[in-house]
Design a protein around this ligand. Structure first.
Ligand SMILES: C[S@@+](CC[C@H](N)C(=O)[O-])C[C@H]1O[C@@H](n2cnc3c(N)ncnc32)[C@H](O)[C@@H]1O
Length: 358
């Protein structure tokens, strides 16, 4: 019973995190002496801000000490200091996760979670986000009155995107493609190709996206060239293989399982099959869910991220077995799956199989 009570009250932890970040406690604790700060000392430092209630701040920090954000030193007046994980919530940290807390726990997403059970029961078209906020997320975040939500979402998305780029550079041995041509299909601004090209200058890196997206990104293309890694930005259509430049390998991050259906995912693979030479590679960066029955603590994070994506009506990611049958049914074979530190970004290397004539 106590375990179930704990689970049913689990929302207290993210809410404690939200209060912790919004009140600005991480940055106060960062400056704390090594034996930490008492609640009164923290409140003293907040004296120029709206008054903070002693007992609720104390409970907030006690809860966060149970999940490894702060260390609580017992004394007549307990003191608190940040753990290594807690330091990630300070604004000055180079990988600050302050925007993640603000984005995930912002009202529109929090309310969307509340709409999830009825979405599951009704199997309706309206996503939980839309039911809770009256409009799809893209529209919501683009409205001027929601600029602060957009700011948090934008900072978090760009942080994830930088981390994913790093994971893509490190998660595949690009040197094996020495002096070959690679096309990033749906590569948006060419961020990944820029990073790959900078580290492996012998590769010819091309980023293909819709013509209007490429036009918008022309400025960054110039910047790219200044930095030494030349990435060619090309307008095209991933559903039309004739628009894909001749290449030895195709890279795709969050493209195969974008917010479209299985038929479109297959159509993209068909384009790749037609555009690639015999034995050419499709390098895919996507989430790989743990197989049923084998979910451990770390892997369960990818299930949580997938559950979060459901708020926007996204279909689930695939397990490695599902990726294998998907690859085979689209004329490819999975050569390897490399997990990275990010639950959203494993690197799957698929090789084009030649369909033998009967
Ligand atoms: C989910 S985003 C992924 C962007 C990038 N790969 C990343 O991971 O940040 C999907 C990308 O596909 C592009 N896209 C959508 N339809 C396309 C099409 N028919 N042809 C080429 N690109 C397309 C979008 O403009 C967008 O940049």
């Amino acid at each position: 019973m106590s375990q179930l009570m704990k689970l049913s009250l689990a929302q207290a932890v993210p809410m404690a995190l939200k209060a912790f970040v919004e009140i600005g406690i991480p940055d106060i604790l960062l400056e704390a002496p090594s034996d930490g700060l008492t609640i009164n000392a923290i409140i003293e430092q907040l004296k120029d801000k709206p008054e903070v209630h002693h007992d609720s701040l104390s409970l907030t920090l006690r809860i966060l000490s149970t999940v490894g954000i702060v260390v609580e030193e017992s004394a007549v007046a307990p003191t608190y200091h940040l753990t290594v994980m807690g330091k990630l919530l300070t604004k000055s940290h180079q990988s600050s996760l302050d925007p993640m807390i603000r984005y995930f726990l912002d009202e529109p997403l929090w309310n969307a979670w509340g709409a999830l059970p009825s979405y599951m029961q009704a199997q309706q078209q309206t996503t939980p986000f839309e039911s809770a906020n009256g409009m799809p997320s893209q529209q919501y975040y683009s409205m001027p009155e929601h600029t602060s939500s957009l700011k948090h979402a934008g900072s978090f998305v760009s942080f994830v995107s930088q981390e994913e780029t790093r994971a893509c550079v490190e998660g595949f041995d690009w040197a094996t493609l020495n002096s070959k041509t690679i096309v990033d299909l749906g590569g948006h601004s060419g961020q990944v190709m820029r990073a790959v090209g900078a580290k492996f200058p012998s590769l010819k890196c091309i980023c293909l996206d819709l013509p209007e997206v490429i036009k918008k990104n022309c400025a960054s293309s110039m910047e790219t060239e200044k930095n030494g890694a030349v990435v060619q930005l090309v307008g095209g259509d991933m559903f039309d293989p004739a628009t894909i430049p001749p290449c030895d390998a195709i890279f795709m991050k969050h493209v195969v399982l974008c917010d479209w259906n299985e038929a479109k995912s297959r159509a993209i693979m068909k384009s790749c099959h037609e555009a690639l030479p015999p034995s050419g590679l499709a390098i895919i960066a996507e989430a790989v869910l743990p197989s049923p029955g084998s979910t451990n603590g770390q892997e369960s994070l990818s299930l949580l991220v997938d559950y979060f994506m459901t708020l926007d009506g996204r279909s689930p990611s695939k397990t490695s077995q599902e990726w294998q049958s998907f690859a085979e049914s689209t004329g490819f074979k999975v050569l390897s799956i490399q997990h990275t530190s990010l639950p959203t970004c494993s690197i799957l290397v698929l090789q084009k199989q030649t369909i033998k004539e009967a």
